[in-house]
Structures are given as C-alpha cells and as structure tokens.
Design a binder for this molecule. Structure first.
Ligand code: ARG
Length: 541
C-alpha cells in the first residue's frame, strides 16, 4: 500500500528531548519551503517545554563523555604529579564554570537559540556568527566527534579483543572507532527519536559509573583489597607533588586535556529559547551542573590515583579499563570497557545529532550548498508519497524503534553523511593528544571572543535587560585565562596556530561569496562590522 505522510518538519527535526543537543538550530527552526528565516528559533520558541531537570540532563549528558576516562594520562604526563594533576582538573573545571556563567548572562540578555552563533552575530556582526558556524561545521564538530570516536575505538578493542590491548596496532583502534561512527551516523539517519532516546538512557549510566569509580577507589584504598597484584601504596608513600613540572607550556597542554573533559558547557545555551523559564532556570542549571561535574571529576581522579601507580596510569588512554582490571580482574576490565564505550557512543551520538542540525541550519541560511538543507534522500515535502518498498522497509524499523517516522529518512541525511565523512577523515589523520590541543585552540578562540562580547555588551548597552547578571570578574577571569592558553599555543605550536587562523580567515571571502545578492542589508552590516568592530564604534561615540 502507498502511505501518505504529512510531516511537521520542525517537530521531526528538533524533538525537544532532554538529554540531547537537540534544537541546536542556530538560525531557527526550518521551514518546509527552505526559505531563509531571520528570526532565530521562531518555531521552536513556540514549544517552550524544557524544565530545570531537562536542562540539567542535557548539560551533564553532554559534558560527561570520553574525557574523564581518557584525558587523565594526558594531564598527568604533562604536569608530572598527582597533586599537580588535581590542580589542573580543578582549574579547568572552574574555568569552564566561569565560561558557563558568562554564557548564562548572554543567554538571558539575548534569549535566542544558537549559542555563540547568535551572540556573535548580535554583538559583533553576522560575519562573526558565520565564522563561528564555519569553524564549528568544518573543524570543531567533526574534530570533537573524531576524538570521541578514537576513544570509543580504544575501549571497544579492549572490550572485545582484550584488556591488554596496548600492543594492538593503532589502526585496529581507529577501525573500531570508524565502525562506531558509521553505526551512529546510520542510526541518526534512520530515526531522530531513536537518537535522542539513546542519550536519555546513557546519561544515567555515566553518572553511575563515576560514582562507582569513586566508591571503589575509596574502598580499595581503605581495605587494601585488590584483584591483581599488590595494592597500590604509592599514594601513601610518595609525595603527591613529587615530579611536578615547572614548564608553563606543559601546564597549558594539560589544561587543554582537562578542558576537553569539561567541554560542552555551552550547550544549554543552544536551546535557551526552549526553556519555560529561561531567566530563572539557565543560571540554575549551570550553577548546579558545573560544581557537580567538577566534584565528580576530582573524586574520580583521586580514585584513579588511589588504585593505580602513576606510571601505570600514564601508560594508557584507557584508564578506566586498567582501573577495573586492577580491582575486579578481567570481568571488571570488561565491564568498564563496555560502560565507557557506551558513554562515548552516547556523546558521539549527541554530537552527530547537533552537527547535522548546525549544518542543516547553515544551509537554510544560504551559507552552504542547499543540499545540506535537505530532508531525506529526495527533498521530502509535506504530503510526500512513500513508495511500496520504502514503506516495507520503514514499517519494520518503525516497529523496532517505536518511531513512526523511522526508516523513511526524514532526517537531514546529506548533512549527516557529510559530517560523518569529515569526522572519518579526522579519525584517520589525527592523533588523540594532537586533536585535543587543536580542538582546544579553535574552540577557545570562539569562547574567548564570545565572552569578550559579554564585556562589550555591558559597555555598549548597559541598560539592556539582563535577568541574570554574573559578577564582572567572571568574564574577565575567563578571558584572561583563555587568552593565556591561546597565547601558549601560539608560542608552542606557531605553525598549527597559523593554520587555525588561516582557516578562520578563509571563512571571510566564503561568507561574502555565500551571501552575495542574498541580502543586501546583511552585507552592508557585515562590511560595517569588518571595518569597524563593535568596540571601535563604541569608542567613536
Ligand atoms: N566533554 C566531552 C567528553 O569528555 C566532550 C564534549 C564535546 N563537545 C560537544 N559540544 N559535544 O567527551
């Protein structure tokens, strides 16, 4: 039989799920006709459904991913001692918190979906917002997905091939990561609902895992019990600061690794417009989620140090497997390997979901070729006729996933495929530690600029209504520390930094090419912004 379907595109693409980066639709909900729509999230804002708890689930589900199970060795190796590592984890956490608090103020003052994209467009000009989208689509999103894929691969290999996989060829790890990436991309193509449901489920698992790590660590330290070999006594016999590095560059690299684990703190801002009570709940979400995550991370790291000697900890990206193996033997290693793979799977899934929506929304703005703004393999239109074979296939998937739109590919398929391919390239050419620094440099350039935007906005529009106002020291601290981090990168890796800068600059002609003839007003505004940045206009006044 031939089924006729009418779809609510906005609802299909941006289901208001709790623990997903859903709704990361910088330019607003799409319209079926695909025309440009200036209003940000116009349709989405009709559905103000998110509550405090949803926000909490969303931000925590995104932040806790691969980092806490993989970054510790990067942090330790660079700063040299357990005590110094804990300091890095605390500093990184507080830095992320100041960033998130600044974003909370911006979210209240500019209550639009889209995060940085919206704030930069509003404060500095559309060009700045475009450059963020440009870098996010081509570097940040696929880059972060690649890091998570690589870690997922490492943990999958340990789950299915064996915990002593240190000797295994890196390409086996990467291959596994690519398989995971393929599965995630495919699931996202098939069903939006399924993608969001996976995240809801995995969020609890992540919290439980971290709490379990902490409890196990304390029990082991207190009782001296241990499955394999002697219990670790290094924490009792050795100073926690022995071997601390005094090289500032090492501390900067360690901070980037720590910041990776806290990354994602800006994500509630992408869906501000969907909160029932954003001015009350956004700051509340941030001020409860950030300290909770910081405490969890500090406890988990302490626990790693209690159970494993530093040298063993540093030998692997798969810290959690060593930890589980040490305490509970092969079964423990297997369980931890599976749990962390699942955690990575969840992060990768939400990352894939968001990236495709970001690209989709950019296409609707005319920033990218229109194909990325397409729903389904053929442009799906409301009232579309579904063929018999499509229907047969879909019916099965629908039953399997409990989603009446599953298998019809009413998802931004081309955006998903593009994102998947780009991510695969990063997985193939990249290396975990390197990617983390690269991601940090590109990401923190925009965090820095956005938080600087907050300060500019305070000066430029002092009377603008701000339901939540953070202490002015908060954005200043964030700007200073991130500027320090960025400057270290410039000195330590001038070539790579130049590549990042060049890449951002290439975005400028691309912008003018894309908007050419699209919108004369926007163009003039952008030229104005290029010639006279907001702060300059202010000083001219
Ligand atoms: N903090 C996460 C992790 O440790 C990574 C978050 C990536 N960023 C994002 N916006 N999804 O794996």
């Amino acid at each position: 039989s031939v089924t006729s379907n009418t779809f609510d595109f906005a609802a299909n693409l941006f289901p208001l799920s709790s623990s997903n980066e859903a709704g990361y639709a910088p330019i607003g909900a799409p319209t079926a006709s695909g025309q440009r729509h200036g209003g940000l999230g116009a349709a989405l804002e009709k559905h103000k459904t998110l509550t405090y708890m949803n926000g909490l689930g969303l931000i925590i589900g995104i932040i806790i991913g691969s980092g806490i199970f993989s970054s510790p060795s990067q942090v330790n190796m660079n700063v040299g001692s357990p005590g110094a590592s804990l300091i890095v984890w605390a500093v990184a956490g507080v830095l992320a918190w100041t960033g998130a608090a600044s974003y909370a103020e911006l979210g209240g003052a500019i209550p639009l979906n889209g995060g940085s994209q919206a704030y930069l467009s509003k404060i500095i000009g559309e060009l700045a917002g475009f450059l963020f989208t440009w870098v996010a689509v081509l570097v940040l999103k696929p880059g972060s997905a690649a890091i998570i894929s690589i870690i997922m691969g490492e943990y999958l290999v340990r789950a299915f091939i064996g915990p002593d996989a240190e000797t295994i060829n890196i390409w086996v790890n990467k291959g596994m990561g690519l398989v995971g990436l393929f599965v995630v991309t495919f699931l996202n193509c098939v069903s939006t609902k399924l993608a969001t449901r996976i995240n809801d489920t995995l969020m609890f698992l992540k919290f439980i895992t971290l709490i379990t790590v902490t409890i196990l660590g304390i029990v082991v330290a207190a009782t001296g019990l241990s499955y394999s070999g002697e219990a670790n006594t290094e924490w009792k016999t050795k100073s926690w600061f022995e071997g601390t590095s005094t090289d500032v560059s090492h501390w900067a690299v360690a901070l980037y690794a720590g910041l990776w684990a806290y990354d994602g703190w800006d994500n509630t801002n992408f869906v501000v417009g969907e909160f029932r009570n954003p001015s009350r709940d956004l700051p509340r979400v941030i001020h409860s989620a950030m300290p909770a995550v910081i405490i969890c991370y500090l406890l988990a790291n302490m626990s790693y140090f209690l159970v494993l000697p530093l040298a063993a900890l540093n030998s692997s990206n798969a810290v959690a497997v060593l930890f589980g193996g040490k305490i509970l033997g092969p079964i423990g290693a297997l369980v931890f390997a599976l749990v962390v793979s699942a955690s990575c799977f969840g992060s990768l899934n939400s990352s894939t979901f968001t990236s495709s929506r970001l690209l989709y929304a950019a296409a609707k703005e005319g920033y990218t070729p229109p194909i990325f703004g397409r729903i389904g393999f053929k442009a799906a239109e409301p009232g579309l006729q579904v063929t018999r074979s499509q229907n047969w296939f879909a019916k099965r998937l629908q039953r399997m996933f409990g989603d009446e739109e599953a298998g019809l590919f009413f998802t931004p398929v081309y955006a998903l495929i593009f994102n998947g391919l780009l991510t695969a390239i990063y997985v193939i050419v990249g290396e975990f530690g390197e990617l983390i620094t690269f991601y940090g440099v590109a990401g923190y350039s925009f965090y820095f600029l956005t938080v600087l935007g907050l300060i500019i906005l305070r000066v430029k529009e002092p009377s603008l209504e701000r339901p939540y106002k953070t202490w002015i020291s908060t954005p200043i601290i964030f700007c200073c520390v991130s500027l320090f981090l960025l400057s270290r990168a410039v000195f330590a890796q001038p070539l790579k930094t130049l590549i990042v800068i060049a890449f951002i600059l290439i975005g400028i002609p691309v912008y003018f090419w894309r908007i050419q003839g699209r919108d004369q007003v926007a163009k003039r505004e952008a030229l104005g912004a290029l010639a006279a940045p907001a702060w300059w206009q202010f000083w001219k006044k």
